[in-house]
Design a protein around this ligand. Sequence first.
Ligand code: ACO
Length: 469
Amino acid sequence: AKHVGILALEVYFPNIYVSQDELEVHDKVAQGKYTLGLGQRCMAFCGDQEDVVSMSLTAVHSLLEKYDVDPKSIGRLEVGTESALDRSKSIKTFLMTLFAEHGNHDIEGVDSLNACYGGTAALFNAVNWVESRAWDGRLAIVVATDIAMYAAGPARPSGGCGAIAMLIGPDAPLDLERGLCASHMEHAYDFYKPCGFYPLVDGKSSVACYLIALDRCYASLCEKFERQRRRATLGNTCTQSNGSPPRFSLADADFCILHSPFVKMVRKGFARLVYQDHLRAKSRNQALQATRAGAASLDAYPADPDAFSPESYSDRGLERAATTASAEAFSRMVQPGLTAAAECGNMYAASVHAGLASLIEAEGTALEGRRVLMYSYGSGLAASLWSLIGRRIDGKFALGSVASKLDIQARLAARRRADPAEFVATLELQERRHGEAGYKPERPISDLRSGTYYLCEVDSLYRRTYARK
Ligand code: ACO
């Protein structure tokens, strides 16, 4: 199969949110801390009538409906989550109800777990399957679904929730660029969930881990790109004007989607990439405009022989210089993909893919022929940086058609704003529900859009049943 990638995608987020400026007042923190400090506008949250299963049922059903996909044409279904409701039964098995009623039980795949990385692991599995000898000609669906809630304290405003469903197959309008994918994985205790409803999180360490993994992935991706180009150009005259073989820099990409725990994190991550370009350009004595980001203010920072020096991650002057230097590139390459992140907050495993959906809605056919760099980070830790190439195709999976079906902006605008007291009371309810058996949800389904799945009951044996509004 050729040009295997994402044919279409659907995002689900709840119909209620809390506004971050109201949360600042409620939490008695300095004005601007969550909005300017973290870069967040709103946070999506849900009541006890929704959970990660209902959200993924909604996303998959809507994907099948919008694109008129025959459930019998699906041969693989993968789920990424870090909010599993059961330590044995996968969320994928709940989703099988959508396919079993059409007589399709022959669907491979189960759930993938590692913090916010699970959706990316699931995506890679699905793409590899379509490209492999095991492929039987059918399509795959990848789901990422999470409810990201933190205990009261500094991490709470960086929560959120949502789900995404992606249809994977050949001749896709978003082609995963083979050979241009780099990963960084290691053991860390920056964020983990040994017990209880909330994660244990070392916030500052998780921010540093995110940036270090991004740097490592970027260095490796640049190296892979350059090796590939050297091989391709061996024996011909394709070199840069200074005679050296082509180098990779951000100028080779058009858009960048970085996993967004909160928007300021993405801002810091992108500045870091510009800093890495600056180091690479300087150390090779190349022009600074290689970054296309006008890195003049970074000139004060000489090329460091160790691009990963620990001091550089806490150097506020360097961060300010890199942020200034990358301002124009950030608004051009990154901002268009930040709508869902700023409005819904961290969707954990769905976050980076919801960023891609925001970018598609904003750019549509303008993505044809463009390269999108994607960075996925999951604490603990697992991270990958990879590339998608937009392609012109006809029909229902054309980028323009996918963009018009996403409907993110309109759904965001139609949400109900809940006050912080309702948000906190809902979290307390969710805490109580965690691990509880024998109840019917108390929150009303009037809060849900039509077509949304909801939890009907958890019986005394913890068995969950769902219905669609
Ligand atoms: N006006 C404007 N900005 C403000 C204000 C204000 N009144 N007050 C604070 N700020 C800024 C700070 O300067 C800081 O910005 P900077 O990083 O650019 O300096 C920012 O707001 C955050 O404030 P801090 O006091 O530094 O941090 P805080 O203790 O509030 O915690 C943190 C932030 C660590 C990110 C916390 O929200 C957290 O633990 N979140 C969960 C972990 C997380 O998301 N990690 C990211 C990667 S891992 C993952 O994806 C889950």
